[in-house]
Write a protein that binds this ligand. Structure first.
Ligand code: CU
Length: 65
């Protein structure tokens, strides 16, 4: 399943790196790609959208919607 989330708190590549590591750390099967310009996070994973949102939030970021 592909999950796409807008994360407005992403300001730079370091933010994207933090989120990528947080998701991949907890869900090693996940493939994460983040576009810093549009602040869009795309995750290819078996995990639910709710879980991915929780991981991003726990990493100190805010998911829109
Ligand atoms: Cu940053």
């Amino acid at each position: 399943m592909t999950i796409t989330l807008k994360v407005p708190s992403i300001a730079c590549g370091a933010c994207a790196n933090t989120i990528t590591k947080a998701i991949e750390g907890q869900k090693p099967d996940a493939k994460v790609s983040i576009d810093v310009e549009s602040k869009m996070v795309t995750v290819e994973t078996e995990a639910s959208e709710e879980i991915i949102k929780e991981i991003i939030t726990a990493a100190g970021h805010t998911v829109e919607g």
